[in-house]
Design a protein around this ligand. Sequence first.
Ligand SMILES: [Zn+2]
Length: 126
Amino acid sequence: MHEMSLAVSLMEIIRQEMDRNHATRLIAARVRCGLLSNVVPEALELAFEAATRADEALDARARRVLVGAALEIETEPAVLRCTLCGREFCANERGGLFSPCPACGNQCGHKVVSGTEMYLHNLEVI
Ligand SMILES: [Zn+2]
């Protein structure tokens, strides 16, 4: 369950950003996950909720409220490069890493250009 550790690192970034901007309440956090990041959105949502509750007392002392915030997860396509012809293309949801190259049809050994990462896109705070 790597979603829990993702949620914990997400929280660290969120708390830093909130303090930097003197924000007191988190309304929503928007993250983007690459198609090949292996993040299960439902699991990340649960982990996020648990992570907001875990440090509720600490947040209260720091005058921050994170409990009740929404997590919005967007999936971004992965970009692959065909090792046979060099064409770069977007992987589709079903084929993932083995999506056929639109130029030559090759299905294996693609190099991953992007799509394995997860990052915080923006925060909605008060
Ligand atoms: Zn190709």
